[in-house]
Design a protein around this ligand. Structure first.
Ligand SMILES: [Zn+2]
Length: 101
């Protein structure tokens, strides 16, 4: 008897509502095009997501594709900056390592 299983790894990105509408400047291309997203990775069986094994938040620029990990304290800092300045959030005050895709 022969069993055939098609197993793979998938990933999905969903927008985070927590920073929706907050303009954030990209540290690489300096455009206001950065969005907060949640990134999921999971094991698939026959292309059906079965077992998530990794999920994290990140900031991603729509123009240059740069990605940066997003911690909960970064979200609070961006929100506080926007409330104090009433303007653009800036993620450059304490830049973590920056990854370019
Ligand atoms: Zn950019």
């Amino acid at each position: 008897m022969f069993f055939f299983f098609l197993i793979g790894i998938g990933d999905t990105r969903k927008n985070l509502d927590v920073l929706q509408g907050v303009p954030i400047v990209c540290p690489n291309c300096h455009n206001v095009s950065v969005h907060a997203i949640r990134h999921y990775r999971y094991v698939t069986v026959f292309f059906i997501p079965i077992l998530p094994f990794s999920w994290y938040k990140e900031l991603r620029c729509d123009i240059c594709g740069c990605e940066q990990p997003l911690r909960d304290e970064d979200i609070q800092n961006i929100k506080m900056q926007q409330q104090q300045q009433g303007g653009k959030g800036n993620i450059n005050n304490n830049p973590p390592p920056y990854n370019q895709v």
